[in-house]
Design a protein around this ligand. Structure first.
Ligand SMILES: Cc1ncc(C[n+]2csc(CCOP(=O)(O)OP(=O)(O)O)c2C)c(N)n1
Ligand code: SF4
Length: 484
């Protein structure tokens, strides 16, 4: 830009567009003045400067930073509350060339995840832990954290933390410094620019350590959480410098490569070598039906319409046909709006992620799901909609839509509950992704009640029949078979 010098720009380690909610794709979800945004920036800059973005995996926690995977353009894994160091251990050991980061809040790391962090540090795992200590549980609305200060009010200590009742704050760096194996432990603060620059160096050093194979590094950031502390961003930042920092002194608590005892030098053997057996697993010839086909499917509807079960049945069928399969149910905010959905992948190759952003097939069991998910269907994809006709004015330009009145058919069969199985029959018939006999065999082994089993068999047949007899040929181009 003429007349301007670019001093700060978005790091290439961030995605250009954050694929979150439609109106929020240019910004993070963090509150104004939140320390997480600053720490993200420091990590992203360091990844770029060290040239390791392409081999980095970030493990995001449960807490306000749960959505870090929307921002960092690296490998991303989101784990259960407190388990980031354990997951990071597995990722690093499975792929030693990767740079693995466990990103955690103080509730996540120092409360529910106390065991994981201590043991990962004690094993000297060659990972980086970035620990954001804002003295409170942010995401859940301000409960007391292990790092909450004495006298500090929280929703679970409305009188202020009392040492005789809740104990004293836990100093994580000092605690871990009691172990022999950690390589680098430093506490920094996001209280002012000078300290933020020190924090930047600490992040880079931790990542460099990992690059050099030096062992376990943890950087603790004293960080503002203006929203929960009910302060404006500037005051919250000052509070970190004036108050939090006094209780948590800054400094380097460890900076040396650990001297490992002799047993660490025992040469590594594979399990096979140690047991004197072959490491190579005998090739099991694949047992695949000639009609199996790769497919990504999103199934959506109201809670109670059996959309999750339909996905499970499909995945189980794929499994029995020796395909790689994944089934990912959706919980969370979607449940509150009354809808549920799941993602199913059927594949001849290993599946990278169970999350499907652009499904080849959408099964929409109600109108809400149709409107919500149709825009994301892959171009040239297929929508199976539970109705006799699309809603007035609805257009899905990039996909074919086939209306299957599964609920009506199920009603006629005697139970509205089998609408999902009718739709399964229609899906199998239309896509030929799996043989219908495989659906029967899965139902036979999962449905105990003989009457219900009979009904399910009829429902599968009715769904297939509807596609074959009621759907106009031309609007519904049938694939002409798949042979492998
Ligand atoms: C097993 C489990 N227990 C409890 C919760 C509820 N929970 C979600 S986030 C959170 C605390 C997060 O606080 P912190 O780690 O300090 O992160 P912040 O939100 O402040 O960044 C809790 C208790 C959960 N999601 N899972
Ligand atoms: S609640 Fe606190 S930690 Fe969470 S995003 Fe807002 S400021 Fe950040």
């Amino acid at each position: 830009m003429e007349g301007y010098q670019v001093i700060h720009e978005k790091s290439p380690a961030f995605y250009d567009k954050y694929e979150r909610k439609a109106e929020l794709q240019h910004q993070t979800h963090y509150c104004p003045g939140c320390g997480h945004g600053v720490v993200h920036k420091l990590i992203a800059d360091a990844l770029t400067e060290l040239g390791v973005q392409d081999r980095t995996v970030l493990v995001s926690p449960v807490g306000c930073s749960v959505f870090a995977y929307y921002y960092f353009d690296v490998g991303n894994v989101q784990v259960a509350h407190g388990r980031a160091p354990a997951a990071a251990t597995a990722l690093k050991r499975a792929n030693p060339e990767s740079i693995v980061i466990a990103y955690q809040g103080d509730g996540d790391l120092a409360a529910i995840g106390t065991a994981e962090i201590i043991h990962a540090a004690n094993r000297g795992e060659n990972i980086c832990v970035f620990f954001v200590n804002n003295s409170i549980y942010g995401m859940t609305g301000g409960q007391m954290a292990p790092t909450t200060l004495v006298g500090q009010k929280s929703t679970t200590s409305p009188w202020g933390r009392r040492s005789h009742n809740e104990g004293l704050p836990i100093h994580v760096c000092e605690l871990l410094a009691g172990l022999e194996t950690p390589t680098y432990l430093e506490r920094v603060a996001l209280s002012d620019m000078k300290n933020i620059m020190k924090a930047k160096k600490a992040v880079k050093k931790a990542l460099q350590n990992q690059k050099d194979g030096a062992g376990f590094s943890l950087v603790e950031f004293l960080s503002p959480c203006p929203t929960i502390l009910k302060m404006d961003p500037v005051v919250a930042r000052q509070w970190v410098g004036d108050t939090l920092l006094k209780a948590f002194p800054l400094g380097v608590f460890r900076d040396r490569k650990p001297e490992l005892p002799v047993d660490a030098k025992i040469p590594h053997q594979t399990v096979g070598e140690a047991l004197g057996v072959s490491d190579t697993v005998a090739e099991i010839p694949p047992r695949r039906h000639h009609r199996t086909r790769d497919l990504t499917v999103k199934i959506a509807g109201f809670g109670g319409q059996g959309v999750l079960l339909m996905g499970q049945l499909l995945a189980e069928m794929g499994l029995r046909e020796s395909l790689e399969v994944s089934w990912l149910p959706s919980y969370g905010p979607e449940m509150r709006s009354g809808s549920a959905h799941c993602h199913v992948t059927l594949s001849h190759d290993r599946i990278g992620t169970p999350l499907i952003s652009h499904p080849e097939v959408l099964v929409a069991m109600n109108e809400l799901s149709l409107y919500k998910f149709a825009p994301s269907v892959d171009s040239g994809g297929l929508i199976l909609y539970n109705s006799t006709k699309p809603p007035e004015g609805f257009a899905a330009p990039q996909a074919r839509i086939i209306c299957v009145p599964a609920s009506d058919i199920a009603d006629k069969l005697g139970s509205a509950k089998v609408a999902n199985v009718v739709m399964l029959g229609a899906l199998l018939e239309e896509t030929e992704c799996l043989p219908a006999e495989s659906a029967i065999s899965v139902l036979q082994s999962t449905v105990g009640n003989p009457k219900l089993l009979e009904l399910d068999k009829q429902a599968i047949a009715a769904g297939r029949d509807y596609i074959d007899t009621q759907v106009e040929v031309g609007a519904v181009s049938q694939p002409d078979g798949y042979s492998y």
